[in-house]
Design a binder for this molecule. Sequence first.
Ligand code: TK8
Length: 368
Amino acid sequence: MKKNKLFTGLASLALVAGLVACGGEDDASNGADDGANGENESDTNGDEASEYSSAEASYVIEAGIGLNNQHPQYEGLLRFKEIVEESTDGDVYVETYHSSTLGDDRQMMEALQLGSQEVTIPSTAPITNFVEEYAILDFPFLFPNEEVAMEVLNGEVGDRLLDALEDQEMVGLAWWENGYRDLTNSVQPVATAEDFEGLTLRTMENEVHLEAFSELGANPTPMAFGELFTGMQQGTVDGQENPLATIYLEGYYEVQDHYSDTNHVYSPFVFLMSKQFYDGLPDNYQEIVRDAAQDAGEFQIEENRRQNNELLDSLIDEGMEYTEVTDEAREEMAEIVQPVNDSFAEKLDQDFVEQFYDAIEEAEQNLE
Ligand code: TK8
């Protein structure tokens, strides 16, 4: 990725300033108790405290995410806002919206294409509806760990995936991280592949996920993230799968009984900007938003991993029953869904698939 030294320097200065300014803000680790859906109601969408204002800015970025304001993704977005506003002395202003108020991942991407919204940070799964190569990221049990995943995404194949977004009127500025996905449900403890049988599970809007969960014997139902809490509450679905931080911070323990650390698929986020908007920015501002997305992403990834690793006890405290999934059980699940991976891999560009698998192998060796 191209980097301009001057602006990288500016961005990291702003980052330090941001760290200081940030102290004492929302405490994400215990915020989930604040609202029925894990939200902190006192926080107004679009209007986060800032010394700058949209009225004085030449460019206003409307940035929306699906998760609530307790999630590290929102903290990362606030970091992006700080860096961009400080680096441009308020000439680029960022309005931040959480909890799907601007729409769900897919709708927000469509708004980016139209140029009616400037930024969103979706999970990659719904991107397959725009660029089919993204399907490879949804293959269950593909990446052995988060470090390998990030090494691959930040390398050549990852760049190739980001570049492919331009034909879809979007610019991919950086990889962020959602994390390994785990299962929750209200019917039965799930410890092995057999336990998926008959469960109605909400999945993201993605063919690989639909087929993989069918293969495991579940009844997958694609549903927008914003409808999920109500879907579980009303019993439209028995369960869902998301990383631990989401499960806890969105308050799913209020409507779900069982949690299993299936770790069945690694889920990246990608920081997207409307191409129309990006192309209209002067070169130095393009550098600033690019570096800010990258730097804020590094912070987001660190915070996200910390919470994904630490929140299990809190989830149990809230009354969820934890079922441990053994490596052996994961291997059995992986074997069952392998034909799904293989059949999707056949449909994709073969050079790309090969390049992708090679990159995983190489990253594993480098990180050994
Ligand atoms: C939030 C989504 C969410 C994803 C999902 O907009 O839909 O389950 O995991 O994080 O991107």
